[in-house]
Ligand binder design. Structure first.
Ligand SMILES: [Zn+2]
Ligand SMILES: [Zn+2]
Length: 159
């Protein structure tokens, strides 16, 4: 089964693709690398940034810079770049937020789907800083008191 959250994300990405004929994640990557205000780290294969409208303070996404819908297609030579950027981002989060508990999620295309032009696998890292309360439970909307540009600046400076 495909989890509801992934299904929603894939549906949104599909609609964007039908409309623009481009992958929304590739467009996000291009924009973030252009403006740099929300970028935290990058290497030859991956980029890490705070998404434009994060649900949680210091929510951080890591994506392969080249379009790829399937995590399992990652080449052996790319694994070291993934582990490098995950370590980089987590050590910044640990320094800035003093070793917070966190969740990380790999969002990936459904198993056995063919390569998809509209979906782009990624990692979402969510430090557990705020508590989900009535507003979030009741509406599915999230209140985030920390602008992503500020969070990115803190994390970038934590060298
Ligand atoms: Zn893409
Ligand atoms: Zn996602």
């Amino acid at each position: 089964m495909v989890p509801v959250r992934v299904r929603q994300e894939m549906l949104g990405a599909r609609q964007y693709y039908d409309y623009k004929e481009r992958c929304v994640f590739c467009d996000m990557i291009a924009q973030e690398l252009h403006t740099k205000v929300r970028v935290i780290a990058e290497n030859a294969v991956f980029v890490a940034f705070e998404p434009y409208a994060p649900r949680f303070p210091f929510e951080t996404w890591i994506l392969p810079k080249s379009h790829d819908s399937h995590f399992e297609d990652l080449q052996k030579s790319e694994v070291v770049h993934l582990s490098g950027i995950v370590k980089n981002v987590l050590s910044r989060i640990n320094r800035v937020l003093e070793d917070p508990p966190f969740n990380y999620i790999i969002h990936n295309s459904p198993l056995k789907d063919p390569p998809l032009p509209h979906y782009h696998w990624h990692v979402e890292i969510i430090p557990k800083l705020s508590r989900i309360a009535g507003f979030e439970w009741g509406t599915g909307f999230y209140i985030n008191p920390t602008p992503p540009e500020e969070a990115a600046e803190f994390l970038r400076e934590a060298e």
